[in-house]
Design a protein around this ligand. Structure first.
Ligand code: GUN
Length: 295
């Protein structure tokens, strides 16, 4: 059996907090120079508990860095047309620099149609096709927030990606697909994307110098699937409910942390790894959107 190595825990809370301090300083500087303070609007449809928690964290983060924010709530019975009209209004509101529509949306509303309605230069989640495509352009506009956060973690922990074997498990439109493109473009890595049709997943994951998992299935990556010394990034955050948990639920990653950590060189915990970085990226994108619109 391979010997356990001491691993480095990638502390997303610490990095996110560092980024928030950097943003706070920039906001103070903008204020002193008489420039516009960033303004983020958040649209929340329905009363999904997890979405409410995420949105609360986003509002708290805006307060921490000194951004203005607007919360817009709608009942889950709102029609797609009506929601489109509200988005149009926010698109045209000169004071709002960036906005997000919290997902998931109710079944009767098309995520694609809603997302595509957002002005790309205000799309601080980086969800629109324009921003997705801009990953492969020389001059990206607003990068998808979670993948941007993963790249930032790799950079700040000085984890080399160039020429390394990266395996991304999960090809979702919001995480796996954009992240694999960013690892190729910016990271100059050799990237393999695995998904639900992949046969013999472990034969791919075992080749990974850097393994990123973003599928939302708690514990699907076990120690036998990971190469000794690999960097392991767990994007999974599934709410698992149970009376034994404080608040009645716990957030679980896709990686069996206790088993995998002794084999890893670097690993992200859940919670406290990638999660806080999504919010840090959202703030960075909002600042960038403000700087683009109001230099
Ligand atoms: N739902 C879960 N994660 C996200 C996110 O990063 N942005 C939005 N808009 N909705 C989400």
């Amino acid at each position: 059996m391979a010997e356990a190595t001491p691993y480095t825990l990638i502390d997303g809370r610490k990095i996110s907090s560092d980024i928030k301090k950097e943003i706070t300083d920039k906001v103070i500087e903008r204020r002193q120079q008489g420039k516009k303070v960033p303004h983020l609007a958040i649209i929340l449809v329905g009363d999904d508990g997890a979405s409410q928690t995420y949105v609360d964290h986003k509002v708290k983060a805006c307060k921490e860095v000194g951004f203005h924010y607007t919360m817009m709530r709608f009942a889950d019975t709102i029609s797609e047309d009506k929601l489109m009209k509200h988005i149009d209004q926010v698109n045209r509101d000169e004071d709002v620099d960036g906005f997000i529509v919290q997902l998931p949306l109710p079944q009767h509303i098309s995520v694609e149609r809603i997302t595509e309605k957002i002005r790309p230069d205000k799309d601080v989640d980086g969800f629109t096709n324009r921003n997705f495509g801009s990953i492969v352009s020389k001059n990206p506009l607003l990068l998808p927030a979670t993948p941007f956060g993963v790249m930032e973690l790799l950079k700040r922990y000085k984890i080399e990606t160039e020429g390394r074997n990266c395996v991304v498990v999960g090809a979702s439109r919001l995480v796996g697909a954009p992240l694999s493109m960013m690892l190729v473009e910016e990271g100059r890595a050799t990237v393999t994307v695995c998904h639900k049709y992949t046969k013999d997943l472990a034969s791919f994951t075992r080749q990974a110098d850097i393994l990123v998992v973003a599928v939302g299935k708690p514990g699907i990556v076990t120690a036998d699937m990971v190469k000794q010394g690999a960097v392991v990034i767990d994007v999974g955050t599934t709410r698992v409910e149970g009376p034994q948990f404080k608040n009645g639920y716990a957030l679980k990653g896709d990686v069996d942390f206790n088993e995998v950590a002794p084999k890893a060189s670097f690993i992200t915990p859940v919670p406290g790894g990638v999660g806080p970085m999504t919010i840090a990226s959202l703030l960075l994108n909002t600042l960038r959107a403000t700087e683009l619109r109001n230099p």
